[in-house]
Design a protein around this ligand. Structure first.
Ligand SMILES: N[C@@H](CCC(=O)N[C@@H](CS)C(=O)NCC(=O)O)C(=O)O
Length: 217
């Protein structure tokens, strides 16, 4: 492994938990920012990295490029076990870890493809606000189901911080926002608040997803 990791991402995006993971692991990396939501020029620029035109992506030191936030987070945690950022394969918590990592990715994160631009599914501009509202209700519903079924300790999977905490700490700040997340999944609030407040991540959050006034919405 000679070249450092390269994160293709954007502030406030799904690259932030990956940057947080690399930072906690103490692994050298650099970030190249792309903002595909800004238009075709950015999507085309990104296409050489991810033909789907999305961030995050991660170039590994081998040159291989990974996409898909959950896969990247799981792989990083597994590749650097000294960081203890995921239950190992033989751990009884491993199935639960995989379940919720995939749930955040597929049941929640995937919906932003529509929420960010409802014209992708309907040309009727007058319907766009309702589409967003329904999607945000669905996301709140998913957080609620997760909240009912997880039994956190200090962190979501017990007493050790995992990449699931970093993933949820980021995704729960997207619409409908953290305030609603706390309302629907109150049992997850302490673990995620602890993740927000981790002193090892203060600089990372400040730079990449600042807790600006009103951030909870
Ligand atoms: N399934 C992907 C979703 C990635 C995703 O939706 N990324 C957003 C930014 S947070 C994006 O690139 N949006 C632009 C688009 O989808 O056109 C993952 O988990 O990494």
């Amino acid at each position: 492994m000679s070249e450092p990791f390269v994160v293709y991402g954007a502030s406030t995006s799904g690259s932030v938990p990956i940057e947080a993971t690399l930072s906690l692991l103490g692994v050298p990396y650099r970030v190249e920012d792309y903002a595909p939501w800004e238009g075709q020029q950015e999507v085309s620029r990104l296409a050489r990295i991810n033909p789907l035109g999305q961030v995050p992506a991660l170039a590994l030191p081998t040159g291989e490029v990974m996409t898909e936030s959950a896969a990247i987070l799981i792989w990083l945690a597994d590749a650097y076990p000294h960081g203890r950022l995921a239950p190992v394969l033989a751990d009884v918590k491993r199935p639960e870890f995989l379940r919720w990592m995939t749930f955040v990715s597929s049941a929640i994160y995937a919906l932003y493809w529509i929420a960010d631009d409802p014209s992708r599914v309907t040309d009727k501009a007058e319907d766009h606000a309702a589409v967003k509202t329904r999607i945000f209700d669905r996301i709140a519903h998913c957080w609620a189901r997760m909240g009912e079924q997880l039994r956190p300790g200090k962190y979501l999977l017990g007493d050790e911080l995992s990449v699931l905490d970093l993933y949820v700490a980021t995704a729960s700040r997207w619409s409908p926002g953290r305030r609603r997340f706390y309302e629907v999944a109150p049992g997850l609030a302490d673990a995620i608040g602890r993740t927000d407040a981790d002193p090892r991540l203060t600089a990372l959050w400040a730079e990449r997803f600042p807790f600006a006034p009103g951030w909870e919405r």
